[in-house]
Design a protein around this ligand. Structure first.
Ligand code: NAD
Ligand code: GLY
Length: 361
């Protein structure tokens, strides 16, 4: 088992990464405030992992409530959140009840927001079971739900007490989901870790083949990058915004097509290609850099072009981004490979041109 720490003073917490950790329920029990927990899972993950995990926790004397939600990004909304609250209240869950998210980023974001708000905040543990959740969404305390007008628009910062990433759970992950997770892995290389980008270029096939050693390394390196950024800027007043490379374009794709149509990681990949193209138009990246980024995303089986929503529609959706300040769009771009930068220098015409250059049809 490898352990990293997210350093946030009194709210610091460990990220354990390793094969078979789901069976190590003592690692979870050690972080419970009381022997009470509510596990939030979904209809896909529950038949795979919930029964064994719950049984082992019950054997340690933990009183459990299980909450199984429908699967899908389209359910990351108020209705599903309210269902969690219904179940917590029906089962008399208390302030000392720890909410445990067992699943991908959708479950983590929903369960985390429920933990942040139920009885004004209860303890929370993340057990991510997708690559995307293990490398990104389970770390850093962003929780929330979508609004029909914008992605992740309602939420709270609420740090977990523990992140437990069992790499064995990735064995059951569909190929398309594994590829989507790679978009967020590649992101770290592009914004702040050039040696990792080079490692990814050399090892992407091992990751696609689910080589456990390669996956563990990629998860650890991604979490180390994320933990450093979160420790420096928990509430995203500065450097944390760089973790959103490709996301402003990507969120427009997700909201524009309807949540669940494209996977989050797929939309981020196409958005990354757009951000690279815009960086090239500003004179920051070379054509060769853009080709290199597209080649890596392509080898990871990810899209490098977005759907033809029309550049104006993209801009309309992007105007709702959380990074907008004083009405001005701010985008994460690349000053060079391995160095992201938050910028408001590009005008609408340049942004539109970059979008058009990276759209199908
Ligand atoms: P997801 O949660 O929808 O999971 C993807 C699919 O894999 C689902 O169908 C799920 O049921 C299934 N699944 C999960 N684990 C499995 C397993 N081990 N075996 C088989 N199937 C499994 O999607 P995701 O890609 O994990 O997360 C995307 C979400 O995360 C988006 O809503 C995005 O906005 C959010 N996100 C949040 C943050 C953050 O900082 N909070 C960061 C990045 C992304
Ligand atoms: N996924 C972006 C962040 O956590 O800040």
């Amino acid at each position: 088992m490898r352990t990293l720490t997210v350093a946030l003073d009194a709210r610091s917490y460990p990220i354990h990464i390793g094969e078979g950790l789901l069976a190590r329920t003592e690692l979870v029990a050690a972080h419970l405030k009381a022997p009470l927990a509510a596990i939030v899972c979904n209809e896909t993950v529950a038949p795979l992992y919930l029964a064994d995990f719950s049984k082992a926790l019950r054997e340690l004397g933990v009183g459990l409530t299980e909450i199984v939600l429908p699967d899908g990004e389209e359910h990351k909304n108020w209705r599903t959140l309210n269902h969690i609250f219904d179940r917590l209240l029906e089962n008399r869950c208390e302030r000392a009840t720890t909410i445990i998210a067992l699943g991908g980023g959708v479950i983590g974001d929903l369960a985390g927001f429920a933990a942040a708000t139920y009885q004004r905040g209860v303890p929370f543990i993340q057990i991510p079971t997708t690559l995307l959740a293990q490398v990104d969404s389970s770390v850093g305390g962003k929780t929330g739900i979508n609004h029909p007008l914008g992605k992740n628009m309602i939420g709270a910062f609420w740090q977990p007490l523990l992140v437990l990433a069992d790499t064995a759970t990735l064995k059951t992950l569909p190929d398309r989901e594994l590829r989507a997770g790679l978009a967020e892995v590649i992101k770290y290389g592009l914004i702040r870790d050039l040696p990792f980008l080079e490692w990814l270029e050399a090892n992407i096939e091992r990751l696609l083949a689910r080589d456990n050693e390669a996956l563990t390394y990629a998860i650890e390196r991604s979490c180390a990058n994320k933990a450093e950024v979160v420790a420096e800027d928990e509430r995203e007043s500065g450097v944390r915004a760089l973790l959103n490379l490709g996301h402003t374009f990507g969120h427009a794709i997700e909201a524009g097509l309807g949540y669940g149509e494209w996977l989050h990681g797929e939309a981020v990949a196409a958005g990354t290609a757009m951000a690279a193209e815009l960086s090239r138009r500003l004179g920051w990246l070379t054509e060769a850099d853009c080709r290199r980024i597209a080649a890596l995303l392509g080898r990871a089986g990810l899209p490098t072009a977005g759907p033809a929503l029309g550049a104006e529609r993209y801009l309309e959706l992007m105007a709702l981004d959380k990074k907008v300040a004083a009405g001005k769009l701010r985008l994460v771009l690349l000053r060079r490979l391995g160095e992201g930068a938050l910028s408001d220098t590009a005008g609408s015409a340049e942004v539109c041109a970059a979008i058009e250059a990276c759209c199908h049809g």
